[in-house]
Write a protein that binds this ligand. Structure first.
Ligand SMILES: Nc1ncnc2c1ncn2[C@@H]1O[C@H](COP(=O)(O)OP(=O)(O)O)[C@@H](O)[C@H]1O
Ligand SMILES: [Mg+2]
Length: 329
């Protein structure tokens, strides 16, 4: 199947003015600015198939928002090519925008002075959305995002979570086939997060909408994304199915054992004691060299065990590994 998003060797160069310290320095920087170039996105390529939900993740300043801004036509790339639904956002922004929904968690496209419902109506007129499609979409969005209680509330009075749900609805009124969400759950309460995650699953399942999600919330990633692209310093450091990235980055497993009474010799082959708190012992082992059940069998031969649990690594552990291995000064 043809890719819905195709990105090749994408680069964005920013010019930054280096400020010098002190008053004299500030004046000097103002009169004779020292400009340096820096690549916010530094040669990124990927391809996304219709219906994928991709987590685009990485530390602050990695280049996530810059990528999304280029994909949605807000920023022009310095080099490289982009195709969204076969169209270049640079060549024909209007055509691309019709296919896209975009939500930036930190900004809103709603109108502060209007009620939420009126904001939607205004957007319908501005974007000339077909009335029947609009009504059908609005009904579904109201239901899945649970907007009914505040449809008549002025946007300025909405809580952050309500506003975000409103913003996501606004981005979907024109039935886009691709949805970009930049930090959609940042600062939200559990209810709003739940509604948003549910909504993403729903539009993906029922309409095959492709979703690109940047987030700091690894629960979002774990619950929604089948694939993750990890960026750091403007480059892709990992791209693949979430399970295999976790597996690749975290070969270690942890077995937590609680003893009935203190013991002198805790050693066992194929596992290392990495932590001890009273009667609780943390054994680290590699899945490749011993299975959890073999290790449990070996330990229970030797130690009076009260309780035992295996800790599987999660996305958070895997991502921490990525940051560790790619951190630069
Ligand atoms: N308008 C800009 N001018 C100069 N530098 C920028 C600008 N926008 C972003 N940057 C820099 O580019 C890098 C990537 O930024 P961004 O894409 O916002 O990262 P992320 O969204 O992953 O946190 C950061 O170092 C950021 O400071
Ligand atoms: Mg960002």
């Amino acid at each position: 199947m043809d890719a819905v998003i195709e990105v090749k060797d994408l680069m964005k160069e920013y010019i930054i003015v280096k400020k010098e310290s002190g008053l004299r320095g500030s004046i000097k920087s103002l009169l004779f600015p020292k400009k340096t170039k820096f690549n916010g996105v530094n040669g990124i390529s990927f391809s996304i198939a219709p219906g994928e939900i991709v987590g685009y993740i990485g530390p602050n300043g990695a280049g996530k928002s810059t990528t999304i801004k280029m994909l949605t036509g807000i920023l022009h790339p310095t080099a490289g090519s982009i195709k969204v639904c076969g169209i270049s956002p640079q060549a024909d922004r209007k055509a691309v925008v019709r296919k896209l929904g975009v939500v930036f968690g930190q900004r809103t496209q709603l109108y502060w002075d209007l009620r939420l419902g009126e904001s939607f109506e205004l957007l319908r007129r501005i974007y000339q959305i077909d009335q029947a499609a609009y009504e059908e979409n609005l009904a579904i969005l109201t239901d899945v995002l649970k907007l009914q209680d505040f449809m008549n509330t002025p946007v300025r009075q909405l809580s952050l979570g309500q506003r975000m749900r409103g913003d996501i609805a606004a981005s979907m009124l024109h039935s886009p086939s691709v949805l970009f969400l930049d930090e959609p759950t940042i600062g939200l309460d559990a209810d709003a997060k739940h509604a948003i995650r549910n909504f993403i699953k729903e539009i993906n399942r029922t309409r095959n909408v492709t979703v690109i999600l940047t987030t700091h919330d690894l629960d979002d990633v774990e619950q929604l994304c089948s694939r993750i692209i990890v960026v750091n310093n403007g480059k892709i450091v990992e791209d693949g199915p979430i399970g295999s990235i976790i597996h690749k980055l975290t070969p270690h497993r942890m077995l937590v054992v609680e003893l009935q009474k203190p013991c002198q010799d805790l050693t066992t082959p194929h596992a290392t004691v990495v932590k001890q708190e009273g009667l609780k012992i943390w054994y680290q082992f590699e899945k490749e060299s011993i299975s959890a059940s073999e290790l449990i069998a070996a330990l229970s031969q030797k130690l009076p065990i009260q309780d035992i649990s295996v800790k599987e690594p999660n996305v958070e552990d895997a991502i921490r590994e990525v940051y560790k291995t790619t951190a630069t000064v």
